[in-house]
Design a protein around this ligand. Structure first.
Ligand code: PLP
Length: 394
């Protein structure tokens, strides 16, 4: 048996790209993670928004086990009932017409970029918004605006620019007849849980009607019921041309997708895009279980209802600790609590109280709980957060 602790072994084996949380998890159960000493952590991060149904969900276990017993992989030369069924359900869930399945979010963004370049050529410009995050492979990194992720990787893809987040004048001045598309997270996740203003979206669609470019909704973090609707763009009364999803759609297995409206159906010919693993049958089986469970239990309604309570309680704390909490942002179960200071300290103190949260964009405590949490779990967080803040003000 290896006498070294896991964290020590990891330092020897892995490239140092991740700041690991110093807990050794043995298993997950519903909304809890259990470490090697039997300590149970309330997980309000759910694998960075992946585990929408929590851990070890019986429907996912059943679906995955059944599929592994048939075949875990077939090449994409074959059509399979499991992949087709997942595709049909995902398209119905999103209101889109055609899909390409991938293994991750960044790959799905790559596919969307390729489709746009294929349609418009390289001279037409693609935009994302400042502070955005769309992934880390070269194409999606070229859209990701955050300098922290881009630094050291230039040159990135040519003819990609940024529009200042929520800035109507910048939007108006940059979009023209040479615009191919605009990528948006309707709520920026890594950027600190920042929703886009309705006026900005309305202006964007006004310009779209004039110049006929494509709008891409990056729903990788905000999609699949998390904000109280199937996809976050549905809060804005508009229809994107392309929707990109990943994270929660695979129920913990690697699965991503980009979906397009019917008028983009013929942009790719045979062989123009492909993947070995994308749309893996086991991942699709898990994805079907997730979509069915959300639909059958109207989970997005649960999110909508419970999040009203969650935001009310958080706003009460903001009133009580106005010197510490700067802003509460987000929608549904995508919640950002911007702290003036102590962000890191609070996340660590929460962990000592067996609650897992995450810090993003410097000082924003981010909560992405599984969609199955109950009122009692919200109360556990609120009570502990209250105690921590109270001690910090002493
Ligand atoms: N886009 C958004 C909005 C994301 O939040 C993420 C991941 O956090 C990505 C893209 C990249 O997805 P992946 O990590 O699966 O490549």
């Amino acid at each position: 048996m290896n006498k070294k602790g896991l964290l020590e072994r990891e330092k020897i084996s892995f490239l140092p790209t991740y700041k690991r949380i110093p807990i050794e998890i043995l298993k997950g159960e519903g909304v809890y993670l259990i470490d090697k000493n039997g300590k149970r952590y309330l997980d309000l991060i759910s694998g960075l928004g992946v585990n929408a149904l929590g851990y070890a969900h019986p429907k996912i276990i059943k679906a995955v086990t059944e599929q592994v017993n048939k075949f875990s992989h077939l090449s994409n030369y074959f059509v399979t009932d499991i992949q087709e069924t997942f595709a049909e359900k995902l398209l119905k869930f999103s209101g889109m017409d055609k899909v390409f399945l991938t293994n991750s979010g960044t790959e799905a963004i790559e596919g969307a970029i390729k489709l746009i370049r294929m349609k418009f050529g390289h001279s037409n410009k693609i935009f994302s918004l400042t502070n955005s995050f769309h992934g880390r492979t070269y194409g999606s990194l070229s859209l990701t605006a955050r300098e922290k992720h881009r630094k050291g990787f230039a040159p990135l893809l040519p003819n990609i620019g940024q529009i200042i987040f929520n800035d109507l004048n910048d939007l108006d001045s940059k979009i023209d007849k040479n615009t191919a598309s605009v990528f948006l997270e309707f709520i920026q996740g890594e950027g600190g849980v920042r929703p886009i203003d309705k006026e900005f979206v309305n202006k964007l669609f006004e310009l779209k009607r004039k110049f006929n470019f494509l709008v891409v909704a990056d729903e990788i973090q905000a999609g699949v019921g998390r904000t109280g609707k199937n996809f976050a763009f549905q809060h804005y009364n508009i229809e994107p041309d392309i929707v990109v999803a990943a994270k929660a759609i695979g129920g913990g297995l690697p699965l991503g997708a980009f979906m397009v409206k019917d008028d983009l159906r013929d942009v790719f010919e045979y062989g123009k895009h492909g993947t070995t693993f994308g749309g893996n049958p086991v991942a699709c089986a898990s994805g079907i279980a997730v979509l069915d469970f959300i639909n059958e239990n109207k989970l997005e309604k649960n999110v909508e209802k419970l999040s009203i309570y969650f935001f009310n309680e958080l706003n009460k704390l903001k009133g009580k600790y106005s010197n510490l909490i700067t802003e509460i942002r987000g929608k549904g179960f995508m919640i950002g609590i911007e702290m003036g200071k102590y962000g890191n300290e609070i996340v660590e103190q929460l962990r000592r109280k067996n609650i897992l949260a995450n810090l993003t964009a410097g000082n924003v405590i981010r909560l992405l709980p599984p969609l199955i949490i109950k009122c009692e779990h919200i109360d556990i967080f609120i009570n502990n957060f209250d105690k921590i803040l109270s001690n910090l003000t002493k």
